[in-house]
Design a protein around this ligand. Structure first.
Ligand SMILES: [Zn+2]
Length: 285
């Protein structure tokens, strides 16, 4: 009597019946989804075995001689797959430079000297539609950027960084991925677009400053944790003062007002010294 064998992946399955003429067998094993209970969580009946507790299938069977040949052929096929993968990996490394240049060219960069052009100097949010139309891209590390210099609106500027200071090339996967230091590189480059500030701190912390003749230069609404508030930015000569309040003020950008407030903090934001005020009172001149 022949000792029939199934493929190694089914060796723990139970052989239910053998069809010797066609070299086939019906095999079964306990359902791995429901663990043979036939029930599965809130579905009630196990959807994998249909409640029968068993998985069943028809598979090819082998004589001991056929089995040895089958296992050897499987092993050769596996070796071959590993060889092919290794050859592909080596080819990707050999082709790395060409692949990288092709990718850069596809994205519109000069493959010999790829540069990323960053947009800055002002709030890019306000010109985001224009930037989009010009084909610029945005990412949180670089902000808005382009593969070429653009004629940006007045008040804005562009500065270039080396593509590979922001992105690292992976030859095997043929991909660029953003470097973790990309933001630092971009911020340093963008800081050259901001005009040098001569702002100095005013007063001492907790000091009440009275009737400063200031100009409102910005009013930005923010939707924060405590609800809506407005950041008012004033200038006093070259010095910058800010006040965050949830109260609504009847002033417009460019207005000159008399500002009274208590110095809450001295901070540096984007390299610019700012005096932060609280409990402000605004009087129009
Ligand atoms: Zn089941």
């Amino acid at each position: 009597m022949t000792e029939w064998k199934v493929a190694p992946s089914y060796e723990n399955w139970e052989i239910k019946s053998v069809d010797e003429t066609n070299h086939k067998a019906i095999i079964r094993t306990k359902c791995d989804k429901c663990g043979g209970t036939g029930e599965y969580a809130w579905f009630g009946v196990c959807f994998k075995c249909g409640g029968s507790s068993y998985l069943q299938k028809e598979v090819k069977i082998y004589t001991p001689e056929e089995y040895i040949k089958y296992v050897a052929a499987q092993a050769r096929a596996k070796e071959r797959r590993i060889e092919v993968a290794e050859a592909r990996r080596q080819a990707a490394i050999d082709q790395s430079e060409e692949n990288k240049k092709a990718k850069l060219a596809e994205w519109g960069y000069d493959p010999e000297n790829p540069l990323i052009w960053l947009v800055g100097g002002g709030s890019t949010y306000e010109i985001k539609d224009w930037l989009k139309e010009e084909g610029c891209k945005f990412c949180k590390e670089l902000g808005w950027y382009s593969n070429k210099p653009l004629d940006v609106p007045e008040g804005y500027g562009m500065v270039s960084i080396k593509f590979e200071d922001a992105y690292e090339w992976f030859p095997i996967t043929k991909r660029f991925e953003i470097r973790k230091e990309a933001k630092e590189v971009a911020d340093a480059a963008l800081s050259s677009l901001v005009p040098e500030s001569h702002s100095e701190f005013i007063g001492d912390i907790k000091e009440r400053l009275r009737d400063l003749c200031v100009t409102l230069t910005a009013a930005r609404t923010i939707d924060g944790y405590y609800g809506m508030s407005t950041i008012y930015t004033f200038t006093l000569g070259e010095n910058i003062l800010t006040w965050i309040t949830s109260s609504c003020q009847d002033i417009e950008i460019g207005d000159k007002v008399l500002l009274t407030g208590t110095v809450k903090d001295h901070t540096v934001y984007k390299g610019i010294k700012q005096t932060v005020l609280s409990r402000c009172i605004i009087k129009k001149e």
